[in-house]
Design a protein around this ligand. Structure first.
Ligand code: SAM
Length: 238
């Protein structure tokens, strides 16, 4: 068991008696094999709309949203084993049947394994900012990632990103606005998971308490979007 991982320490209480229906084996899914596309039908057993959260951390946002929207399916991608296991344990305790959690590098997953037009929404809340200049190349939100993410969004699909890091936010705004298939949309939309502009993720709660500003952007893939120009399809880090 990873250090700091304590299955009994879950915020709040499950809604009712825990049945054996939702198990860790069901919640935790393996990353796809090299060269294989993610198979959401096999993962969830149906073709309901799928939302993905990158860097799902302790799973607070996914837990709330999946319980509010039982007809949608949710995939949380997290590479830190401690948080991945914590979130999985939470889904089992709350018996949430429509969440799957994958421990892998989300950048690789998005760039190489997401089927086209397979996502109804992509959530990225407080991606690691990598503040040192020499580490900027490790940031998740860069041109090629955005191109691949938009490929994976269905028409009308939404990408929502939130950070407390002003300089990273500028970069995020720029690469999203440079993508011709995206149109800016309101972030504070209850149907998209916002409660008075808050997504209530663990980091957001902590940062708001510390009085840090929170920056948010949402974009929608428009059905009438211009096709992606060939140059940007090849991509280049910005
Ligand atoms: C600052 S935390 C935010 C967690 C959560 N979204 C929140 O707002 O509370 C960033 C999370 O993203 C995860 N992460 C960063 N880069 C990742 C990647 N490439 N693939 C998967 N997870 C990643 C980290 O392990 C960490 O749990």
């Amino acid at each position: 068991m990873p250090r700091g991982y304590r299955p009994g320490l879950i915020a709040g209480r499950p809604a009712g008696k825990i049945s054996a229906m939702v198990t860790l084996e069901q919640v935790i899914v393996p990353p796809p094999a090299p060269g294989q596309p993610l198979d959401f039908l096999a993962m969830f057993g149906d073709n309901a709309p799928v939302e993905m959260e990158i860097g799902s951390g302790k799973g607070g946002f996914l837990l709330r949203r999946a319980r509010a929207l039982p007809d949608r399916r949710f995939l949380g991608v997290e590479w830190a084993n401690k948080y991945h296991r914590y979130a999985a344990d939470r889904m089992v305790r709350w018996q949430v049947p429509n969440v799957r959690l994958m421990r892998t590098d989300a950048a690789h997953l998005v760039l190489h394994h997401l089927p086209p037009a397979s996502l109804a929404a992509l959530h990225v809340y407080h991606p690691d900012p990598w503040p040192k200049k020499r580490h900027h190349k490790r940031r998740l939100i860069q041109g090629p990632f955005v191109v691949a993410a938009v490929d994976a969004l269905a028409d009308g699909g939404r990408i929502a990103i939130q950070t407390d890091h002003a300089a990273y936010f500028k970069q995020i705004q720029q690469v999203l606005r440079d993508e011709p298939r995206l149109s800016e949309a309101a972030f504070d939309v209850p149907e998209a998971g916002a409660i008075d502009g808050r997504m209530e993720t663990n980091f957001e709660i902590k940062y708001r308490r510390e009085g840090r500003p929170i920056y948010q952007i949402a974009m929608v893939k428009t059905a009438s979007a211009r096709p992606r120009p060939v140059e940007s399809a090849k991509g280049g880090m910005t």
